[in-house]
Structures are given as structure tokens and as C-alpha cells.
Design a binder for this molecule. Structure first.
Ligand SMILES: [Zn+2]
Length: 528
């Protein structure tokens, strides 16, 4: 009796990397059974049920023999439902119910997709990255869930033919009749709404000149920023304008962001690469796991999903202190290390942190009209919930007040804009120029390009070309406000960014004076 045998390629996702998987199915004589080797325990049982049901409900027969499937490489723990489709197709090939069309030239096709019990094919996470792995293995044919077709196309090279499929029957037909021409059109349902709605234009924000300026500086020097203001003062709206004033992603950056978002299943139905910088705004109850990522198989969390974009943490004083502590690693190292029993992973996590909090328990501390009766002690206790190490990392702090009625009227009638109000795209150009100045400075210093907000060096003042007269004044300010060494360094970095944003090679006392305004002067000793 000859061995009945079927093979297929697929790809798993590990962190944000796609890894090629080879699937083999053998039908052996013996009592009917279905064994899968190389798939995680919990995944096996569910997968077996789905595959059996999908095969039967698509009008095929599940072979009445010992069905043994294996997924290689064996070292890798494979979880999830993406192997349903290639497993089912391998079984159909092994049992002779489907024959590979000659146009496949005997080459192994690739596939991934989850099967519904009725044989429909459902989208899976990480298709951008899985397709990259299939590409790398120089396969020529790939079947993907119809909902993931756009995502797969974005990642595929010209040599890879891709077909989106809706059902197991559909996929079996493609194997026996050959790959259809790719029309380039979406196969079925229209794309879901975008990852993030387009950022609102910063020009629509009225009466918040100082906060807008602080966010502009944050973007210009990649400085973590803290907004303190009452509920309803517009902190969330302010933060959400940032992706619109940050310079666009480079093609390499767009690929990386797409890779991360694909691995987290956020690219389903999205055509093309992610084009706008991410903006993530988790709620105050967010867990450590949701922020760092992890799990089995490991997937990126919010820190990585905000990579090269903005992470907005509102209600900072309400966040669990263990959550706040988690911020340290990405802020210092621009990546997140996941060490688990089964894996060690490093994921990118270079985000612009925008934090917000009420300035006191009632939130009205900065509002006019003396509504706030919080004592200095209670204000100190309230802000004391933000841990020192995080405060050290927040380069800029700005108070945000509710817009005055006058400003609201201006919002209704935008034509009465003050002439100096810049649009997001105008600011974006200025910021891009400031970024280039920072890149050029680092190159002249023989350093890898790093933003002012990330500039760490004992010789910071000299390297950032802060002249002695300004340093002298900065020293006096440090003494007057009892600034820590870190706060003093933050002051110099922000001063440099203010000059860079003006395209001024000279740093002036005026730049320093403005930088001093982004400390929060809640306490005489000046915590920030
Ligand atoms: Zn208060």
C-alpha cells in the first residue's frame, strides 16, 4: 500500500516576524484518527474540529484513515488558527480529492487562513509579515483569506501570485484549476474604516496657544510632554492633532509600522502600508500586558503599536503605579523586551509620549474664578502619584485651561482666525526642517541620529552648542528653582529644540526663557 501524502507551505507569526512553516499530511492505514504534531496543545483540539467540519460541510469527505499532520520547524510553538486552511488543503491533496493543476509546476503553494465550521475562510493576524516570509522562501503561489488580500498584496513581491479566497471550496477550485489573474481589486467587502481617523488640523484649536506651542516643541524634538488641565480643557483633542504635525513616515518606517500593526491584527481590509503616524490612547484601566504585549504566540502591545507615533496616556494620576513603571524601558531604550518561559523578544517601541492629568483632585487648579480649594499639600499628594522617574522623563509640561467663551466663538467662525495661526501642514514643514537640523548636528558630531529629546551625553551643553552666556543663565535658573541635574539637562534640550525650530544655529537667552516656561510652577521648589 502506497503512502498518501500532501504538502503545503504556510507562515507563523512570532512577535512581529513571519516564519515559514512546512505542513505535511500523511494518510496511514489503521483506525480513523486525526493527529497534529507541532501545534500548541489548545490550538490542536480546536483546529481539528474546525478542519473536520469544514471539509465535510464543503462537500468533501474526511479520510477514514489515520491522518497525521505535522508542522515544521518543531522548535517553534505554533498557536492560532492560521494553519486551518493549509492543513485542510493538504488533507484534500493527500486523499486525492483535489489535484494540483499543472500550472503550479509542482511547486509547493502557500496558504493561511482560519476555517469556519461551514468552510468559510476568516481573516487572521500578521498577514503582512507572513506574506513577507512566503516571499523570502521564493514561493510563487499564495492563498489568503479574502479579507486579508489587500494586506498580502502590500507585502508581496512581483514574483508571488496571490489569490484571496472566501471558502474552502473556493480554495480547492484554485488548486485544481490554477491561480486566477489578480485584478488588483478588493475581492469582497470594502475596507474597514482606517486605523485612525485623520488627525484634526491644529488650526481648529482656539485659545490654547501655549499648549499648541508645547506640542509643537514636543514634536520638533521628540520630547515627552505632560499636559495638566481640568476635565473638558481639550487635552485629548490637543494630543490627537500630533500625527498631523509630525513629518510623514519614510517608506522604511511605514513598512515597520505596518508590520507591527499586522502582527496585532489591525490591518484587516486595509489597502497599502500604514501612511499616518499611529495615535494610541489607552484608557486609564489599561493593563501591563496590553501595554507591553506578550502572550502565546507573542504579539505586540500598545507600546509597540505606538512605535514612531504618539502614545497618549490620559489620567496619568489614575494609572496603576506598576503601569507607569513599565514606561521606563521604552522611554530609555526605545524598545520593549519580552522575556517569557518560551521566548525572548525585543520589539520596537519608540513613541512620542503625551501624558495628561488633572492638576489637582478637583481638576480646577488652573481655572480662573477660584473654584479650586485644594490645599498645596493635597495638590502635592495628587501629583506625587506620578512617579519621580517618569517625571524625570517628561521634558515639557504645560498647563491647559478651558477655552474662554471668546475663543469658542472663534471656533464657530474660523475665518476670524488670528493670522499667525499655522495649519498642521505648515507646522509639519517647520518640524521636518528642525528634524533635519538635529540629524545634521549628530552627523557632524559623529553620532547616530538622535532627537534632542533623546540626546544623552555628559557633555550635553557643548554638543548642543549652548553658548556660555546662556549656560550661565541656565545655571542661575537651576539654582533659583532647585532643579535636579536631570531637570537642568531637560531645560538645555528643550532650549536647543526651540532654537532648531527657528532654524537658528545660535541659542539665545530668549530661547532659554521660553524653555523655562514649560516647567510646572506648582511648588516653589519647582518639581519639574
Ligand atoms: Zn483643585
Amino acid at each position: 500500500m502506497h503512502l498518501k501524502y500532501g504538502r503545503f507551505c504556510s507562515a507563523a507569526i512570532h512577535g512581529i516576524e513571519g516564519i515559514l512553516i512546512e505542513i505535511e499530511v500523511a494518510l496511514l492505514p489503521g483506525l480513523p484518527s486525526f493527529e497534529i504534531v507541532g501545534l500548541g496543545d489548545s490550538a490542536i483540539r480546536e483546529s481539528r474540529n474546525r478542519i473536520k467540519a469544514a471539509i465535510k460541510n464543503s462537500g468533501f469527505a474526511f479520510p477514514p484513515s489515520r491522518v497525521t499532520a505535522s508542522l515544521a520547524p518543531a522548535w517553534m510553538r505554533k498557536e492560532g488558527s492560521a494553519f486551518d486552511l493549509p492543513l485542510a488543503l493538504s488533507i484534500l491533496l493527500a486523499s486525492g480529492q483535489v489535484q494540483l493543476h499543472p500550472s503550479f509546476n509542482g511547486q509547493l503553494p502557500g496558504a493561511f487562513g482560519e476555517l469556519g465550521l461551514d468552510g468559510t475562510i476568516r481573516p487572521i493576524p500578521g498577514v503582512f509579515n507572513r506574506t513577507a516570509a512566503i516571499n523570502q522562501a521564493t514561493l510563487h503561489h499564495l492563498l489568503v483569506p479574502a479579507d486579508n488580500l489587500e494586506e498580502a498584496r502590500t507585502s508581496a513581491s512581483a514574483n508571488l501570485m496571490i489569490a484571496g479566497t472566501l471558502t474552502l471550496t473556493d480554495s480547492a477550485r484554485i488548486l485544481s484549476q490554477g491561480m486566477p489573474e489578480d485584478s488588483g481589486e478588493p475581492l469582497t467587502r470594502p475596507a474597514r474604516p482606517g486605523l485612525a481617523a485623520k488627525a484634526p488640523d491644529i488650526r481648529m484649536i482656539q485659545g490654547q496657544a501655549k499648549a499648541v506651542r508645547a506640542l509643537t516643541l514636543a514634536a520638533a524634538g521628540w520630547h515627552p510632554v505632560l499636559m495638566l488641565g481640568s476635565p473638558g480643557s481639550g487635552k485629548t483633542l490637543l494630543a490627537s492633532t500630533l500625527p498631523g504635525i509630525l513629518p510623514p513616515l519614510s517608506p522604511d518606517e511605514a513598512r515597520m509600522v505596518t508590520k507591527i500593526h499586522s502582527a496585532a491584527n489591525r490591518m484587516v481590509g486595509q489597502p497599502g502600508l500604514v501612511s499616518e503616524r499611529p495615535f494610541l490612547a489607552p484608557h486609564a484601566g489599561v493593563t501591563r500586558h496590553a501595554l507591553t504585549g506578550g502572550g502565546n504566540p507573542p504579539a505586540p502591545g500598545l507600546f509597540s503599536l505606538s512605535h514612531l507615533g504618539v502614545l497618549f496616556l490620559d489620567e496619568l494620576t489614575q494609572l496603576d503605579s506598576s503601569v507607569i513603571d513599565m514606561l521606563r524601558q521604552p522611554l530609555e531604550e526605545r524598545e520593549i523586551h519580552l522575556s517569557r518561559l518560551r521566548y525572548n523578544l525585543v520589539l520596537p517601541a519608540d513613541f512620542l509620549l503625551v501624558a495628561a492629568a488633572n492638576p489637582c483632585r478637583c481638576g480646577e487648579y488652573f481655572e480662573p474664578g477660584q473654584r479650586c480649594h485644594c490645599t498645596p499639600d493635597s495638590v502635592a499628594r495628587h501629583l506625587g502619584k506620578i512617579s519621580g522617574p517618569l517625571l524625570d522623563r517628561l521634558d515639557l509640561a504645560v498647563e491647559v485651561r478651558r477655552p474662554a467663551p471668546d475663543d469658542l466663538i472663534k471656533t464657530v467662525q474660523p475665518q476670524s482666525n488670528a493670522p499667525e495661526t499655522l495649519s498642521s501642514s505648515q507646522l509639519q514643514q517647520q518640524i521636518a526642517a528642525a528634524w533635519q537640523i538635529q540629524v545634521d548636528r549628530c552627523r557632524e558630531l559623529g553620532k547616530a541620529p538622535v532627537f534632542n529629546g533623546r540626546f544623552e551625553d555628559p557633555d550635553l551643553a557643548r554638543l548642543l552648542a549652548i553658548p556660555p552666556a546662556v549656560l550661565n543663565l541656565a545655571g542661575q535658573a537651576a539654582e533659583r528653582y532647585h532643579l535636579s541635574v536631570r531637570s537642568y539637562q531637560k531645560l538645555l534640550r528643550v532650549t536647543r529644540t526651540i532654537a532648531d525650530l527657528e532654524a537658528s544655529s545660535e541659542v539665545s537667552p530668549g530661547h532659554l526663557a521660553e524653555a523655562l516656561g514649560y516647567r510646572i510652577n506648582l511648588f516653589p521648589e519647582g518639581q519639574l
